[in-house]
Each structure stands twice: as structure tokens, then as C-alpha cells.
Ligand binder design. Sequence first.
Ligand SMILES: Cc1ncc(COP(=O)(O)O)c(C=O)c1O
Length: 407
Amino acid sequence: MFDIKKIKADFPIFKASKEATLHYLDSAASSQTPECVISAMDEYYRNFRSNVHRGAYALSEKASESYEGARATVAGFVGANQNEIVFTAGATASVNMLAYSFEQSLDLKEGDEIVVSIMEHHAMLLPLQELARRKKLNLKYINVDENYRLDYKSVESLITERTKIVGITLASNVTGAINDVSYISQIVRKMGALVVVDATAAMGHIPVSVKELDCDAMFFSGHKMCGPTGIGALYINGELGEKLNPSFFGGGIVTDVDLEKAEFVSAPEKFEAGTPNISGAIGIAEAVKYLTEVGLENIKKHTEELTSYTIEKLKEIDGVKIFAEQDVEKNVGIVSFTVEGAHPHDVIEFLGRDNVAVRGGHHCALPFVKTLGVPATVRASIYLYNTKEDIDALVSSVKKAQEFFKK
Ligand SMILES: Cc1ncc(COP(=O)(O)O)c(C=O)c1O
């Protein structure tokens, strides 16, 4: 049973003594952290802090066990094998690492193609754009239709035998739309290109399986799924992981080094040079356990109801234009909108004074926001701890803002 009171009490930020009236609708930027995640990390620092993989004493063994256990937990969450999960500093770090690795390890020739969707966050777009520029590759885009959904009909003709990499987000961080990535993978497979999935906005909202998505690589950040900041996971399919060179070099990734060269261990360790974010890995694994215990289906159902309510209430306000996936089953809890006569930055500042925390801007997805025909949007993003009261506070504050800026 999904008990919202109990869920809310799991998150110290909402404790009455602190932020009684906090209406936190900015989880797509960064979610809040439950007590169990904070405690798991605290436990590491207090009771078994030491480096991993390098010591034979009890503390280090415990740290190594916890770190590798965290990898197993995260792998299980997305249906991957343990050796296919690389811990990184987050989504952005993952794609940069991957793009650099692709450049070194794949046979990319001038005129080859990278295909991405217009919806991509800059974290996916810019490293691939840079890769395309450096290797003189053509960057092609899957556009959206009039409902801001991917134009699936165009995919078959966009992907050719010159296509080497396809980058696609599982959910848009602007409209919340969940994309049919498996459909795209099916087409890509016929041409032999690699599929890279940005699961950052979707993870912790819907069940995600690398097998079902049929992807070669996938990445996400801990801080958007109740975990800590500074940690993320990069799935690299076993076969691809063996083929790719590391992008970072240093301690912990070699079998031998001589004066001219080094030989590397296998994945995932070869992609984790240096001391990893041990407490972060423990934290993200605890977040996975927490989300699993609450149940992703329950979380989805809850956010679906609130997303539906948000759209319905915002639609009642004249001058509010909504940019969101309106089929809420296919939305991860994100509602972007504009208010006629007021710039999104002014609106969010106004809302902030009412303790309604939302984000305004281009959400690091400029090509997509430009496609929507606006310079920026206000974005409300909903997660497991939100309530109808949060949405009512949002709607009431938007109405007040509209009146205020009319003057
Ligand atoms: C869809 C999507 N991809 C990637 C990122 C980048 O994540 P991070 O800033 O944690 O690297 C974000 C963050 O907003 C996102 O929403």
C-alpha cells in the first residue's frame, strides 16, 4: 500500500520543524533524499571508511564488499550483469567518458553518422556533437510531431548503413514523454549501429530493463532517483565493454605497466581509474532498495494521478500553455508550461516566494525548447513524496503571479 504520509516522513527535508510548507516540485532537477540513504552513507563514514580493493584488513574488505554489493544492486535494478555497470560521477560524466571511448575505439570514418533525438538533454547532445565535429561525422536528428512526441515514422529512413551511434533519451526532461526506445533499437539493430540511452529522467519513475530497451549503453544519475549527488551509473553491454578503451587512466585499472605502455583489466574496473565514490555507490544502491521497497508501480501510479491533476488544474487558467505529454501513463511526472505575459524566470521567482520550488529555463535541452516555439518554460516535476496540496499551492501561486504581472 502506498501511504503518502509515511513516504513523506521518510524524507528529513519535509520534517515539520524544518520546511513545513515546502512544495518541492523540482525533482527532475534533483530529488530529495530519504533517511535510509543518508544513514547508509553516514554508516560508511563512521564505521568502515577505507579505500576499496586495495587492503586486506577488515575495514577495507567491508568497504570493498559494500562497493561491489552496490554494483550488484544497481545492475539488478536495470537487468544488467554486475560487470556491465560502471560507477561514474553522473549522467554527464558517463556520456563524456563514453564519447571519448567511442572516438578511441570505434572505426569512425568521415561521413559516418550519429543520430540523436531533438529532445536530448545537453548531457547527451554536446559530447556527441563534439565527437561528430572532431571526427567529421554527420549529426542527424529525430524530430517531434505536433504533440511534441518523437516522429517515429521518420526513424526508418533516418538510420542508414553509415549510422554508427544512436543517442536517445528514455524520457524527456521537458515534457516528461516516455519514448518507445525498443522500437527505435529494433530499427537500429538492422543497421548494426550502437544504441545509447539516457535513462536519467526515467530512472526511479518506471521500471527500466537494458534487455527490453535492447541498448548497448545506458546512463543515469543517483541524485534524480533519491540517491546522493556525484554518483551515476553507466551500463556498457559486456561485449562492447571489452572492445572499448578506457577514457581515464590511473590507479586500479592495470594488469601490468612498463615504461612505454600498460595492460588493462576487464570492464567494469578498467573504466574506474582512481579511488571511486564509495559512499556515493553505497547511497545509490540504498536508493534502489528504497524505491524497490516502495514499488515503482506504486510510484508511477501516484505521480500519474498528480500529473493528471496538475494538467487539469493548469488548463483551467486562461493564458497558461502546457507543454507536457498529456497521456499521463507515458509521462514521468513532468509538466512544463508558460504563463502569458510573464517570463518563466519571473514566474518561478514569484512561486519561490510562496515556497513552491519549480524550475524555469530551457532545462539544458535548448534545441527541443526552441522547437516548442518558446524561449523557456516553467517546469513542475512530480515525485513520490508530492501531494495534491503541492499542486494546489502551485496552481494558486501561478494565478497570483498572473495577476501580479498583468499590472
Ligand atoms: C534527461 C537528462 N539527462 C541528463 C541529465 C544530466 O544529469 P547530471 O546533471 O546529473 O549529469 C539530466 C539532468 O537534468 C537530465 O534531465
